[in-house]
Design a protein around this ligand. Structure first.
Ligand SMILES: Nc1ncnc2c1ncn2[C@@H]1O[C@H](COP(=O)(O)OP(=O)(O)O)[C@@H](O)[C@H]1O
Ligand SMILES: [Mg+2]
Length: 326
């Protein structure tokens, strides 16, 4: 399952992503964790110290390697230079699996040991002005989008992306790349307004959007969220002393997380798992083509001097069947 955490800055995206990642790892599930948030804090939230976090390789600095690996021998993609963030896979492309070693993970992922399991962590690297534009040929989230579009994840395998709900992800199609999107909202007008905006973008794309209330303190907070987001409210998380202790650099063992918050994480897991059987790889592929053509027209063709529509392999559908036998 591909899972995104989005929301307003400070709402708790990184905190809840990291708790959910710990929850999955504790259950023994394979996890690829990706930090695509403007403020790169997922490593720290997973317990890395400053030096370790600063030493993580940045996906944004390995775009040529990522592109060259993924295009493989696809004859429709002549070079890494004509591959943009939305270029879809086709015959000859290399696909990624959650549980494997490959040159992309070698270059961009590091293992992070948690109490109860090890996860792979990849980070986009710090953002600059240029990364926040719409076109951004060198876009760092583009590295993530390329990986998601070339990734075939199976049941009980998880990719968790800590992500900014910004214009970049809407222009590129990044926001449509997930089986479920958890929108983290505090019980405030601002928190809820980000939800409304996201819902509006998501409407035409069949996005499975669920709200996770965070820092919810009592019945009044809960009533507010219920009233504002209705059935989209999946669960809520309260203030966590466990999180506070972790922020002080003294993380307790994960099994000591408060019961109510543990139950909330369990609900997230159940909701994510429930998406697997209704997964629609045809639609997933169609949407990546849709956004590729849109990006090709609006900036990609001009930028690369090529007709990027020709990169689309009309017979290709991402999914288990597309994974070439080893
Ligand atoms: N449920 C919680 N309990 C205690 N502290 C929290 C909780 N959720 C978030 N925080 C704190 O709020 C701050 C912002 O959270 P963070 O996850 O970094 O937000 P975002 O990634 O959305 O910008 C952090 O200091 C974090 O530790
Ligand atoms: Mg964050």
């Amino acid at each position: 399952m591909k899972i995104a955490f989005v929301g307003k800055g400070g709402s708790g995206k990184t905190t809840l992503s990291s708790l959910f990642i710990r929850h999955l790892a504790a259950a023994g599930a394979p996890v690829v964790a990706i930090d695509a948030d403007i403020n790169q804090h997922l490593g720290a939230a997973l317990g890395l110290d400053e030096a370790e976090a600063a030493g993580l390789p940045a996906m944004g600095e390995h775009l040529p390697l990522i592109k060259d690996h993924l295009r493989g021998t696809n004859p429709r993609i002549a070079s890494a230079a004509t591959m943009i963030k939305t270029t879809p896979p086709g015959g000859g492309s290399r696909l990624l699996r959650v549980r494997e070693d490959n040159p992309v993970y070698d270059a961009c992922a590091r293992s992070v040991e948690l109490d109860a399991g090890t996860v792979r962590l990849m980070v986009t690297g710090p953002f600059t002005e240029a990364d926040l534009g719409v076109a951004c040929y060198h876009s760092k989230t583009g590295a993530v989008e390329l990986c998601l579009n070339h990734l075939v994840d199976g049941r009980d395998e998880y990719v968790v992306v800590d992500m900014t709900a910004g214009s970049d992800s809407f222009a590129s199609g990044m926001f449509t790349r997930f089986d479920i999107t958890f929108l983290v909202a505090e019980p405030t007008r601002k928190g809820v307004s980000v939800y409304r905006q996201y819902k509006e973008y998501a409407r035409d794309f069949g996005i499975n959007l669920k709200v996770v209330g965070n820092k919810v303190q009592g019945p009044d907070d809960l009533d507010f969220l219920r009233e504002q987001v209705g059935d989209d409210l999946l669960t809520t998380v309260g203030h966590s002393d466990w999180v506070r202790a972790m922020e002080k650099g003294r993380p307790p063992r994960f099994e000591l997380l408060e019961d109510a918050n543990r139950r909330a994480l369990h609900r997230l897991g159940t909701a994510a798992d429930a998406t697997y059987d209704s997964r629609d790889w045809d639609r997933y592929t169609r949407q990546m083509v849709h956004f590729h053509l849109k990006n090709a027209r609006s900036w990609g063709n001009e930028r690369t001097g090529a007709d990027l529509a020709a990169q689309v392999d009309p017979g290709f559908v991402l999914g288990e069947a597309a994974v070439a036998p080893a």
